[in-house]
Design a protein around this ligand. Structure first.
Ligand SMILES: Cc1cc2nc3c(=O)[nH]c(=O)nc-3n(C[C@H](O)[C@H](O)[C@H](O)COP(=O)(O)OP(=O)(O)OC[C@H]3O[C@@H](n4cnc5c(N)ncnc54)[C@H](O)[C@@H]3O)c2cc1C
Length: 413
């Protein structure tokens, strides 16, 4: 009998898992279930629809091709509400069930609900799915006003693309842009880039409420001021969307080092509380490359391998207004014992490295191209000694990191 693999989800974690399963098991039945009716896609691509860099057809093409290539069945528009682990079944909203031999929960996350706006109202919505895009797409036109509450990854990417589409964008940010990833110096460069492109940044404020006035909103900031906007987007973080009665950490499904939840049930991506690279912490690392990497390992293990997950490292790499931004590991030296922070700055670039003793704890950079995350990941996770190269790592990060990694690998052969 072929093994029946059921994956709940169709985002990056689910897609990577499906590929990994099919690489190993050519015969098994493979089913992807999504509560969205659209074919598999990545939410990372959604902002590119706003300024026309991507078409709807292109967004779904890859996912369509993947289903065909993997000979996978897609159950779109079906919401799973429960997992019956003893019976090895998932249950849908309409009361029907689907059985599985191996299950992957890759249900991702949903936007955190606004404390001040009714999440059911038009103004209280976040931006995570194609349907969320559909809700605001009609309002995207030259001169239209958008108020985005938040300063994280989603907020900044939406602001960039909406501004490129000719919209007037205001970001209401409690502290500063991308604070989770970057220190003040880089945060300030980022703020300058946004302001230089006409995005208004209201710092130190949140959203206290919104009043609908005909076809626009009066968004009320926490300092009492009002901003007029055609549309509002809440982008103040995400919450995991777990399924089943399984142990959780901060709302995410607790997984072991094989990304297993319990017998024959795995979880990966934004919904999984997985070990970090030190093995000391369990939590989520809600970024796309991590979701894909966890999906790949969970998929391999579902198909019979026993691959250990190396653990996530906090970080991100993105491009906003022609600025290449990179952050990996612990970049706040106050959180690192025995730390030393070194930095360098010049026209159009800035870099900071944080050392723990003689090893790299974290690095952040702006304006430096072609920094390869995998190489720095290796140095941080394996605590590679830096010796006399620590200064060089600052001035020639790419070359020095590759050299350190190669030497470390060679020494272990
Ligand atoms: C606008 C935007 C921009 C982003 N930009 C970046 C970026 O630049 N870089 C980066 O690294 N990350 C970015 N991210 C984050 C990234 O998209 C997520 O980390 C990634 O999508 C997580 O993948 P996932 O597969 O775990 O979950 P998701 O992509 O959220 O997929 C979850 C899937 O599960 C389905 N589902 C959920 N619940 C159920 C249920 N009960 N029943 C059936 N199906 C269900 C959903 O329909 C969906 O198909 C961005 C996110 C957004 C929204």
């Amino acid at each position: 009998m072929p093994t029946k693999y059921v994956i709940v989800g169709a985002g990056p974690a689910a897609q990577a898992a499906a590929k990994a399963i099919r690489d190993i098991d050519r015969e098994g039945d493979l089913i992807l279930i999504s509560r969205e009716k659209e074919p598999p896609y990545s939410p990372v691509a959604l902002p590119y629809l706003l300024n026309g860099e991507l078409t709807n057809e292109a967004l779904f093409q890859k996912g369509q091709n993947l289903l065909t290539e993997l000979k996978a069945e897609f159950m779109g528009g079906r919401e799973v509400i429960a997992v019956d682990a003893p019976a090895k079944q998932v249950a849908f909203t309409d009361g029907t069930r689907e059985s599985y031999d191996r299950l992957l929960i890759a249900t991702g996350a949903t936007p955190a609900k606004s404390a001040s706006l009714d999440p059911a109202s038009e103004s209280g919505k976040g931006f995570r799915t194609f349907a969320d895009y559909g809700r605001i797409a009609g309002r995207v036109k030259t001169g239209a006003g958008f108020l985005i509450n938040g300063g994280g990854l989603v907020a900044t990417e939406l602001a960039e693309k909406l501004s490129a589409a000719g919209c007037r964008v205001t970001l209401a940010v409690r502290s500063r842009l991308l604070r989770r990833y970057f220190s003040e110096t880089i945060g300030n460069l980022l703020t300058d880039a946004f302001s230089g492109h006409g995005v208004t940044i209201e710092s130190g404020v949140g959203l206290a409420g919104a009043e609908k006035k005909g076809n626009y909103y009066d968004a009320i900031l926490t300092d009492g001021r009002t901003v007029k906007a055609d549309a509002l987007i809440v982008a103040t973080g995400v919450e995991p969307s777990p399924l089943g009665d399984f142990p959780k950490v901060d709302g995410a499904l607790l997984v072991d080092s094989h990304l297993k939840v319990t017998d024959d049930v795995y979880a990966a991506g934004d919904v999984a509380a997985a070990p970090d690279y030190t093995g000391q912490r369990r939590g989520t690392c809600p970024i796309s490359p991590e979701a894909a990497s966890q999906g790949r390992i969970a998929g391999r293990n579902m198909a019979g391998e026993a691959e250990t997950y190396g653990g996530w490292i906090p970080g991100n790499y993105l491009r906003l207004f022609n600025l290449d931004l990179f952050s990996l590991g612990q970049t706040d030296e106050s959180q690192v014992p025995d730390s030393l922070a070194l930095s360098d700055e010049g026209p159009g670039y800035a870099i900071k490295i944080v050392l723990r003793g003689d090893t790299l704890a974290g690095l952040e950079a702006v304006g430096l191209k072609s920094i390869h995350p995998g190489v720095f990941r290796y140095l941080i996770a394996r605590m590679v000694p830096l010796y006399a190269q620590r200064e060089l790592l600052l001035t020639k990060p790419k070359e020095t990191a590759i050299w350190l990694m190669s030497r470390h690998r060679a020494s272990r052969r």
